[in-house]
Ligand binder design. Structure first.
Ligand code: GLU
Length: 381
């Protein structure tokens, strides 16, 4: 079944387009594909002239920089890839500027780190900057700040970065332009019976398995990071498309009927803060809870110390934590009222005993219900 192609793109007002390195760099000639980028700028111009806002998340800094630095092919050391990013980001920004200026579109560069999306204040700040730029008619071109991010605290792939950006600015559509036209039941390069999946309404275990078996041999971040991106985007109320962007004018190609995979947005009634909490990638610690507390949470109650069985990690008051069931499944994210030391002292204890145990009158709950958000499970639909 193929979807009505025009609808999803035509209905979207705010579109984040993610462009993978393989689309921008010609590995054989070690050069930027300026003609492809010029054609993309036509597509973006046509979206903008229909009154839509477009935000670009572009990879390519490391790929371009390594060519200029003369690094050999193969895996780079961390400092080499960071140096490459510093060198290549300038070329990347210039390439966008050149391509878009022929349509009188001005671009603006933003480099984000994981912390900019995980820390609430920095998140709001980044959101405001992007929104200001788009309202002024600029097209933000975003990449990860690869030059300083270390491996433990970085996105590492622009699929999830793009999804976080889409969620941040309440985009209605995230378009991942890749070197494959969507999700298949298995790796199409290895199996002749692999079936294209045009519409994914719920990200089930089978979908995750299909992405896993698709392997990571195609697409920069592999299919798994794209599914993780889909989880972040769709749970924030943003639909996501994976489309093949290799030919010129990939957006026009979608409008003309080229096949793609669409992940439908989930209806998200969550306010902005809960959306942000839901999409947290790196909780600072975990609280394991018993069945009674799990039932209470399902009924929209706060998390009390009595229902917590184990504290994991080192965290401060106000940090984001994962709330886990006895078997370790994440069921919610929440902002803690206690640091890990005090939380460790009060778990399993009644709320009225907290003051005696800690020597100060703390909050009655470990996590207030307003600061809790349920994480969607990926059980079969
Ligand atoms: N941020 C990296 C770059 O610009 C790319 C990350 C990715 O390929 O997803 O080169």
């Amino acid at each position: 079944m193929q979807l009505p192609n025009h609808q999803i793109l035509e209905n979207a007002n705010k579109i984040v387009i993610k462009i993978g390195s393989s689309l921008l760099i010609d590995a054989q000639n070690s050069a930027l594909k300026q003609a492809w980028l010029n054609a993309l700028s036509q597509d973006v111009n046509s979206l903008i002239s229909q009154g839509k806002q477009v935000i670009i998340v572009s990879s390519g800094a490391i790929g371009l920089g390594r060519i200029q630095a003369g690094f050999p092919s193969g895996k780079l050391k961390l400092e080499q890839s960071q140096a490459s990013a510093a060198i290549g980001q300038i070329a990347l920004a210039r390439a966008y500027e050149n391509a878009f200026k022929s349509h009188n579109i001005q671009v603006a560069q933003i480099l984000l780190s994981l912390e900019d999306s995980e820390n609430r204040k920095r998140y709001i700040n980044a959101t405001n900057t992007i929104n200001t730029l788009t309202s002024l008619g600029f097209v933000p071109v975003i990449n990860e700040n690869d030059t300083i991010a270390t491996s433990e605290i970085r996105f590492g792939d622009n699929d999830r970065l793009a999804a976080r950006v889409a969620s941040m600015i309440n985009a209605d559509l995230l378009l991942l332009l890749s070197d494959i036209d969507g999700l298949y039941s298995e790796n199409p390069q290895k199996s002749g019976s692999a079936k294209h999946i045009p519409l994914i309404k719920t990200i089930t275990k089978q979908i995750i398995q299909a992405a896993g078996s698709s392997g990571s041999d195609y697409g920069t971040g592999g299919m798994i990071t794209k599914i993780m991106a889909a989880q972040i985007a769709t749970e924030s109320g943003c639909s996501m498309i994976i489309a093949d962007g290799r030919e010129n004018n990939p957006v026009k190609a979608i409008l003309n009927g080229k096949q793609y995979s669409l992940f439908s947005a989930q209806k998200s009634g969550n306010p902005a803060r809960k959306k942000w909490l839901n999409a947290t990638l790196e909780p600072k610690g975990s609280l394991y809870i018993d069945q009674g507390a799990q039932n209470a949470l399902t009924h929209g109650k706060s998390l009390l110390s009595a229902g917590v069985t184990k504290v994991e990690g080192k965290f401060d008051n106000g940090d984001t934590l994962a709330i886990k069931s006895a078997n370790g499944q994440i069921i919610a994210h929440g902002l803690t009222n206690y640091d890990s030391k005090d939380a460790g002292l009060i778990i399993g204890k009644k709320s009225q005993d907290i003051a005696d145990i800690l020597g100060y009158a703390g909050r009655a709950n470990i996590i207030h219900r307003n600061n809790l958000v349920h994480v969607q499970t990926t059980e079969e639909a």
